[in-house]
Design a binder for this molecule. Structure first.
Ligand code: TXA
Ligand code: MG
Length: 318
């Protein structure tokens, strides 16, 4: 059973402690309530996907408390930095390239080379300060349902699945953040939201281009090539062929080739989700032509894991 606590200093401490332990906490932001976890903790992020019941691993927005903290994870171009300085803290998410050896877990960013990042207003910003690590937080609703704008709506939807909801009343904006990506000096709107495109145009004196004006920027969940390794991927493998690496699962029945990793020897799908992207990256070496993947059950997080693997296996654009 979840506990709803009023957002004050003492309860922010309680929330920070839970988050440090890899737990999930529903938090108020100026846009909508978010379901927050430590963005660097793969296991915590995997359990977030379980609670949201997402059938796929969408990249999550990372929330930081100041621009210096953001710079530990992403690289700002000049326009993005101007937008951050102008609109943060606030309902603006910037899609930015990650630095090398970025500590944000690959599951948080769906293995993309970019992260959606923002500084939220109010107690959420204070909470991140207390934590000292970025919080990954999608809207605190079951996948496919409306984003909650009050603690009560969170409680009614996912209340039974989480330990703490921080209540700070109704969200000021009640609409998700605007998502912007700057590419080669051009500003693209990936999702309309709390900050109007006009306000961004007014501040930058540049046009904000809509998504249909640049077909190649799509919702990241639709971008299979971003998830595919260089090697071919063969799913539901029951044997191993020459020059193949093996990604096995559970009590594997396939004789392991020289390059082989097991997503979870115990058959734990949460552990498998945590390892998925980093193991695919590790197996994707020049000496192999294909990664054979043993069958993964399609239950729980297995559905999201299989969604990714099917995309990786089918996508062969270069
Ligand atoms: O207002 C908000 O943004 C709320 C509060 C909690 O901050 N959060 C939110 O998160 O709406 P979520 O997970 O419901 O939506 C995240 C959106 C998705 O559409 C996702 O595709 C996009 O952000 N996104 C995240 N990372 C991305 C990336 N690297 N590139 C492009 N889009 C990204
Ligand atoms: Mg959402």
């Amino acid at each position: 059973m979840s506990k709803t606590l009023i957002t004050n200093e003492k309860n922010l401490e309680i929330a920070a402690k839970l988050l440090k332990n890899g737990d999930l906490v529903a938090i108020p932001t100026e846009t909508v309530y978010g379901l927050a976890v430590d963005a660097t903790n793969g296991r915590a992020v995997a359990s977030l996907f379980t609670v949201k019941g997402r059938p796929n691993f969408n990249p999550l927005i990372c929330h930081v408390s100041n621009i210096e903290m953001a710079q530990k994870y992403v690289i700002f171009d000049e326009i993005s930095l101007f937008l951050a300085k102008t609109f943060w803290p606030g309902p603006l998410t910037l899609i930015l390239p990650i630095i090398e050896n970025c500590a944000i877990h690959p599951l948080t960013r769906a293995n993309l080379p970019t992260i959606g990042i923002r500084i939220p207003q109010g107690p959420a910003q204070k909470l991140i300060e207390k934590c000292g690590f970025p919080l990954a937080a999608p809207s605190a609703n079951t996948s496919g349902r409306l984003s909650p704008t009050s603690a009560e709506l969170v409680e009614n939807d996912i209340g039974k699945k989480i330990n703490l909801i921080l209540d700070a009343g109704s969200c000021k904006i009640g609409l998700e953040s605007t998502i912007i990506k700057v590419e080669k000096g051009k500003i693209f709107l990936l999702r309309p939201g709390g900050i109007l495109a006009e306000s961004i145009e007014h501040a930058t004196l540049k046009p904000v281009l809509r998504r249909d004006q640049r077909a190649s920027i799509e919702a990241p969940g639709m971008l299979p090539s971003h998830y595919a390794p260089h090697a071919m991927v063969r799913i539901n493998a029951t044997d191993i062929k020459p020059n193949e690496a093996l990604l096995s699962f559970g009590n594997s029945k396939i004789p392991p080739p020289p390059i082989c990793l097991n997503l979870s020897k115990n058959g734990d799908l949460v552990e498998a989700a945590v390892n998925l992207f980093s193991y695919l990256n590790q197996l994707d070496t020049e000496s192999i032509s294909c990664i054979a993947v043993e069958k993964i059950p399609n239950t729980g997080l297995g559905e999201a894991i299989n969604d990714r693997l099917i995309r990786a296996a089918s996508e062969r654009k270069t």
